[in-house]
Design a protein around this ligand. Sequence first.
Ligand code: COA
Ligand code: ZN
Length: 304
Amino acid sequence: MRDLPSRISVREVGPRDGLQNEHPVPTEAKIELISRLGATGVRRIEAVSFVRPDAIPQMADADQVWAGVARAPGVSYSALVPNLRGAVRALDAGFTEIEAVVSASDTHNRKNVRRSTAESLDDIAAVIALAHERGAACQVIVSTAWGCPYEGDVPEERVLGVAARAIADGADSVSFGDTTGMATPGRVWSLAGSFRMAHPGTPLNLHFHNTRGTGLANVLAALELGVADFDASVGGLGGCPYAPGATGNIATEELVHMVEDMGIGTGIDLGAMIDAAAAAERIVGRTLPSQVLRAGPRTRTIPA
Ligand code: COA
Ligand code: ZN
């Protein structure tokens, strides 16, 4: 086996990416889920997004959710923002880490935030400047990085161009989002590899959806490149409201289950994450796709 990172950093995105695509759940239930996640050992949680409440009613109570969360020591919480107005709201709410999102594909960006990619990039330059002025860090998430549900393949040069522009404007880190699960391992090697060659000093996060069953294979491909920062959602919650057929992220407990058995640390207690996934399932009232939630860890035994 090639040299793999000895540990990875996991950002739990279920409360944002997950819940934005479920039937709205009560504010209290969101607070309960975020609080439970804060006790699993995960060190980063994307808690909410500050978007138009009529565009995504599921996030309309972002301020109340954030105010209600008992912040766990050692956990950093972040918020996703689609524009400058969202960044102002997030910073006013006290977030010190924000994620500004832009799609590499124009069509998806217009569906998502009603702007061209170029218009969003101009706005994001102002988002980054404002975040820095207020002492906060800003990651730029490049969505549809491995393809767009409307346009199909998105040329790698276009994705890298969007990332390069964000870095030139001061982005502290970049994330590539596989919005609708179009990545496969070879494509991960190609795009993430090219990015790392071009921007060796910029931290890279990868955000995979398991829409076509390649999520954990993509993680393994990325580990082989030395990438050590991944998004995942508890239970496999998630999707994209502007991408028909989209499904959840890779499930956090499946990611932990796989990499810990390979000797790669996450700091996450697998049992606690599986319990949180069971709670997430109760909260959203539907069966979630996580197979580790169904089957338990590989060493679970049943009475003979
Ligand atoms: N939060 C709350 N309100 C916002 C807002 C934000 N982030 N951004 C804009 N608004 C308000 C403006 O204040 C304005 O209100 P007013 O009419 O009372 O003055 C109104 O919305 C229109 O502003 P505009 O700049 O024209 O925004 P828009 O209508 O083009 O919407 C977005 C753009 C980005 C706000 C909207 O498309 C959106 O929220 N998209 C989120 C998509 C998402 O979350 N996708 C999943 C995550 S990737
Ligand atoms: Zn996503």
